[in-house]
Design a protein around this ligand. Structure first.
Ligand SMILES: Cc1cc2nc3c(=O)[nH]c(=O)nc-3n(C[C@H](O)[C@H](O)[C@H](O)COP(=O)(O)OP(=O)(O)OC[C@H]3O[C@@H](n4cnc5c(N)ncnc54)[C@H](O)[C@@H]3O)c2cc1C
Length: 418
């Protein structure tokens, strides 16, 4: 056991939410320790970004680097709804950024972690947080972690849980609600070569296609040679298939065979990896903060990846969390107010996306019905229904709440009609 070290903030988890929170606090000169269980680069799912991530990545000075390293994503191509015709919406219709990226997450996450290091954050990899330290009043004061066969204790004025779906800290401190209607499973693999959706900009779109056997498929052109193809479906359907003697591979192959567009992308391709399977069950924690702690990213809440919003939600939450923590560190009397405000605004982001995804999840509506609902949500006066849709699902609609986040504000956050 080593001596106890003390920090302004200890961040648990070095995914996009943890690295961003740590980097922004480090940029302010705060004394931050980030503990990450794995050795980076490490594999992670979640490869397609929406343009709403850009303002936060701009704060980290990463946009040019992302342009150099990753594939541009110009929009979303859909096969969804009662009308059989494929349709698309492009980011440039929002009047803001015209593209985001599809990223190799091992590289993207390593870039973010190194950015945190560059801002003076002390990063320890292969550091597995195992326990929370608290005082007699239950206030969180630090964590215990294992590294290289040794146990360490560190204290901090705040502990941030950014440990993703592990919820390493928050599972001990708050309850979680599971969204039963989005109790899904994801099955995916990578294929090379693949047929892009088109020769032009649409070739950079994510494909989102509902399949008549149930669930939907994503097609993400992660690199020039490699497409990520995944199938999301209710866990109950997977259980039913298993009871009939079908494997996950059978379930995946059945969905691809029943698709219209996805199957054409990999018609000449071969899988380059083992089949991956993950639980994809949306959830949200009852509290996003408590005395001495705060959670961000998947550790606070996770929504089905239908519109690729996970990294946006996590990094946007991180940008607000860093500001709230900064206010609390500057003036401890503001702590509760700042962290309450963080939770309030973060929940608005979460609820808006969840609400629209729930509405959209039923593939048996006419396209106009989805678009009209999005148009109402963003109160968009433009006659082009797709503008409302893409403004909502790119995260651009929510930007004023994120970039304008003031932890000490008292007005109501801007919200959509629910
Ligand atoms: C099937 C599927 C598809 C998805 N597709 C997309 C997509 O296309 N686009 C998108 O934006 N999002 C997508 N997502 C969501 C996205 O993966 C997550 O929202 C995102 O990774 C959340 O970032 P995070 O930093 O909160 O957590 P993570 O990225 O999971 O990072 C958490 C980190 O914490 C570390 N950790 C865990 N426990 C401990 C511990 N005890 N001690 C120390 N470290 C610990 C982990 O090793 C990990 O590195 C998808 C998710 C799923 C399940």
């Amino acid at each position: 056991m080593s001596d106890i070290r003390d920090y302004d903030v200890v961040v648990v988890g070095g995914g996009p939410a943890g690295s961003t929170t740590a980097a922004l606090l480090g940029k302010n000169g705060r004394n931050v320790l980030l503990l990450e269980r794995e050795k980076f680069p490490r594999y992670h799912i979640g490869e397609s970004m929406i343009t709403g991530v850009i303002p936060t990545l701009e704060q980290l000075g990463l946009v040019d680097e992302l342009d150099k390293r990753f594939q541009p994503k110009y929009g979303i191509s859909l096969v969804w709804g009662l009308d059989a015709e494929p349709w698309r919406a492009s980011f440039d219709q929002t009047g803001r950024y015209d593209h985001s990226w599809h990223v190799v997450r091992s590289e993207f996450d390593e870039l973010l972690l190194n950015t945190a290091r560059g801002f003076g954050v002390q990063v320890e990899e292969q550091a597995h947080v195992t326990a929370v330290l608290s005082d007699d009043n239950g206030k969180v004061t630090g964590v215990t972690y294992r590294r290289g066969g040794e146990t360490h204790h560190v204290t901090a004025r705040f502990v941030v849980d950014a440990s993703g779906q592990a919820r390493a800290i928050s599972r001990k401190l708050t309850e979680v609600s599971w969204q039963e209607d989005l109790r899904n499973v994801a099955i995916w693999n990578y294929f090379t070569p693949y047929e892009p959706l088109s020769d032009g900009r649409q070739g950079g779109d994510i494909l989102v296609e509902s399949v008549r056997t149930g669930g939907w498929i994503w097609g993400i052109p992660v690199t020039e040679d490699n497409v990520s193809l995944g199938h999301v479906l209710p866990a109950a359907m997977v259980a039913e298939a298993t009871a009939q003697g079908l494997s996950h591979q059978d379930v995946f192959d059945r969905a691809v065979a029943n698709s219209v567009v996805a199957k054409t992308m990999i018609a000449k391709g071969a899988p380059v990896d083992q089949l991956h399977t993950a639980r994809d069950w949306s959830h949200v924690c009852k509290s996003f903060h408590g005395p001495g702690w705060l959670s961000v990213g998947d550790a606070a809440g996770f929504i089905d990846p239908l519109f690729s919003q996970g990294v946006w939600l996590g990094t946007s939450g991180a940008s607000m969390a860093a500001r709230a923590l900064e206010a609390a560190l500057k003036n401890p009397a503001d702590t509760e107010r700042a962290l309450d405000r963080y939770e309030l605004v973060y929940r608005v982001l979460y609820d808006e996306f969840l609400s629209f995804i729930r509405f959209f999840y039923d593939p048996n509506k006419l396209r106009e019905i989805y678009l009209e609902r999005a148009q109402q949500d963003v109160w968009h006066p433009d006659g082009n229904l797709k503008v409302g849709f893409i403004t909502l699902i790119s995260g651009i609609k929510a930007l004023p709440n994120i970039t304008g986040f003031d932890p000490l504000a008292t007005d109501l956050p801007k919200t959509v009609r629910m």
